[in-house]
Design a protein around this ligand. Structure first.
Ligand SMILES: Cc1ncc(COP(=O)(O)O)c(C=O)c1O
Length: 468
């Protein structure tokens, strides 16, 4: 399974969690809203993805999926990524825990997103596509796609959420350096953007709108496709290089984590680091718990509905069963733009409905304080998204009693925060607000989800109380 080059170990396979849990991979989609109106319920849209990616998303037969040689050589540019013990942080916290962190920020795009950007560009290019279009929240995904397109010779267009682009214009510059074209979303360029501007008068933007714009833009052009940054099984699969690599690194240290902690947007880095450990725990008769940390501004798992909902604002993609706050919900413009998406991956949502992992929502002030704590103790300034995971692991460590055997913790730092200086600056100024959601807006949005489900006559989904 392992490849040696200059004594560097990079996984040669992706860890196929769909093989492990086929029950969660059943595609619970209801077709697009337009198809439903025409009465063609259950009919999905024409395949937009190369067959290889589609197959990866629903492969229930192969436990390991080989990473093509060309892609491996690109991964080796920045992999394996470091796994380190956070000794200074442990001392500061006076915690009864050994805390390890995996750092995915040491590549030009600055985050884990490059793992799937390279894979997707590789497969799209092989399928004859020349131009990829996407929506990005915080900009990490857009930057990764722009760089991957540059490396493999494809054109790239990115719709970036307006509030995020204004918070960190350097993200836009970085994407342009790689030759991508950037549009601030909602833009006047697409019907979706023009519609959104009618109610989003300040141009705050959401990932659902940026995604809708990118889809519309891609549909209208030849040899052009929409690339997705998270949520789909194949994207989660590409991220399993993180967990497989961390597993080998921890095994070499004779360690196995009691908890694996990661932040959660739609869920790719959480699945990528966590699911290989669930498999390993089963194989080794060990136990491990996974904690997904979400933004209190956008608490899909801890306050959302497990229901059918739109994936994007335009309703171009099929309706999925997932944890959602409603596709029209505009979360407060917190700095962790990558955690502001209204829904969670359908696969992870199904797992969470069975409480296969834990979830906590943490406010922006606690998160940035934790990010600074990591910077001061370990010399890594995490992206605001990744700082959620740091805040989460600190909580787990601090809750653990001193008279128990020490905990072993693994936290994934999904990206660096060197282009998020404005967020830390605001934090230092004392003028940052915690980013709590407006309860009225949230409950109105959830009512819309309920109304949509009533119209769809969707089967009711019964759930226990969410873990808080
Ligand atoms: C640094 C970073 N971490 C995490 C996320 C969340 O995405 P996902 O849940 O797919 O990992 C993002 C999304 O933009 C991100 O930029």
């Amino acid at each position: 399974m392992w490849q040696t080059e200059d004594q560097l170990l990079v996984p040669e396979h992706w860890c196929n969690f769909v093989f492990d849990y086929p029950q969660y991979a059943v595609r619970k989609t209801l077709g697009t809203p337009a198809a439903l109106e025409r009465g063609t319920r259950g009919v999905s849209i024409a395949p937009q993805q190369p067959l290889a990616l589609g197959k990866q998303s629903c492969n229930t037969t192969d436990p390991l999926i080989p990473i093509p040689e060309r892609l491996l050589s690109l991964y080796r540019q920045y992999r394996p990524t470091p796994l380190r013990r956070a000794r200074q942080l442990e001392q500061r916290l006076d915690a009864n825990a050994r805390i390890y962190y995996k750092f995915e920020g040491a590549n030009i795009a600055g985050s884990h997103k490059l793992n799937t950007a390279l894979a997707q560009v590789y497969y799209y290019r092989r399928a004859g596509v020349e131009h990829l279009v996407t929506g990005t929240g915080a900009g990490q995904w857009g930057t990764a796609l722009a760089y991957a397109c540059k490396l493999l010779g494809m054109e790239c267009t990115v719709f970036m959420v307006g509030s995020s682009l204004r918070q960190k214009p350097q993200r836009g510059t970085l994407m342009r350096l790689f030759g991508a074209t950037i549009h601030e979303s909602p833009s006047g360029l697409t019907e979706v953007g023009r519609q959104a501007r009618r109610w989003d008068t300040e141009g705050t933007g959401t990932l659902a709108v940026a995604t809708g714009e990118a889809l519309e833009f891609a549909h209208s052009r030849r040899r052009t496709r929409f690339a997705v940054g998270s949520g789909e099984n194949c994207v989660l699969l590409h991220q399993t290089v993180i967990g497989s690599e961390a597993l080998a690194q921890m095994t070499a240290l004779d360690e196995f984590p009691d908890w694996v902690v990661a932040c959660m947007g739609a869920g790719s880095n959480f699945a990528g680091v966590g699911l290989p450990f669930l498999r390993a725990a089963k194989e080794r008769s060990r136990s491990v718990r996974l904690l997904a940390v979400e933004s209190a501004a956008c608490p899909r798992l801890t306050r959302g509905r497990y229901a059918y909902d739109l994936n994007d604002f335009s309703g171009t993609t099929p309706i999925s069963l997932m944890y959602t706050l409603g596709s029209g919900y505009i979360p407060p413009p917190v700095y962790a733009g990558g955690l502001r998406y209204h829904g969670a991956s359908p696969f992870l949502s199904a797992m969470y409905a069975d409480r296969m992992f834990d979830a906590e929502a943490i406010d922006q002030l606690t998160v940035l304080r934790a990010g600074l704590e990591l910077a001061e103790s370990e010399g890594i300034l995490p992206a605001p998204e990744s700082a959620h995971a740091v805040a989460g692991v600190i909580r787990v460590a601090q809750r653990h009693p001193h008279d128990a055997p020490p905990l072993v913790l693994l936290v994934n730092i999904s990206g660096h925060g060197l282009l998020d200086i404005a967020a830390y600056e605001k934090f230092l100024s004392g003028r940052m607000d915690p980013g709590w959601p407006d309860d009225r807006l949230l409950s109105e949005s959830l009512q819309q989800v309920d109304q949509l489900n009533a119209r769809l006559d969707a089967p009711a989904v019964e759930l226990e109380e969410p873990v808080r």
